[in-house]
Design a protein around this ligand. Structure first.
Ligand code: THU
Length: 135
């Protein structure tokens, strides 16, 4: 695996081991590289009040923002099961705030990367910050 991608995979896999998912038992990790090359990771954090739980992608974005990052260059999500663990709809929009249509999102399981999508493919014709500044 490309070393940059490997570092994202390793960070997401480690974050996944720390997921708090007692209700779904579906542990997810995410990692992203910011414009300065720094890697930020997150995991899902569930809650007894189910809708309050947060996704791994949201955690990775929060970690980036807290460290002063403002742009996602690349992202990787790792989760279990036979299906691809692609970002949920709400997280696609969260990623959209800080990424470009060309930004790659890699989807992995424990064995490695299984698929990759651009953000534009996952969230076409999206609404973002430019819509507000151009108003
Ligand atoms: N989940 C994520 O953290 N990221 C995804 O991309 C898909 C779903 C979490 C939310 C919830 O804690 C669990 O996985 C089951 O939906």
């Amino acid at each position: 695996m490309d070393p940059d991608l490997q570092s994202l995979f390793d960070a997401a896999r480690t974050a996944r081991t720390r997921a708090y998912a007692p209700y779904s038992r579906f542990a997810v990790g995410a990692a992203l590289r910011d414009a300065d090359g720094r890697v930020h990771a997150g995991c899902n954090v569930e809650n007894a009040a189910y809708p309050v739980g947060t996704c791994a992608e949201a955690g990775a974005i929060a970690a980036m923002i807290a460290e002063g990052g403002r742009a996602i260059r690349e992202m990787l999500v790792i989760g279990p099961g036979p299906g691809l663990v692609t970002p949920c709809g709400a997280c696609r929009q969260r990623i959209r705030e800080f990424a470009a249509p060309e930004t790659m999102i890699h989807v992995a399981d424990g064995d490695g990367v299984r698929a990759r999508f651009t953000l534009g493919a996952l969230l076409p014709n999206s609404f973002g910050p430019e819509n507000l500044t151009d108003a």
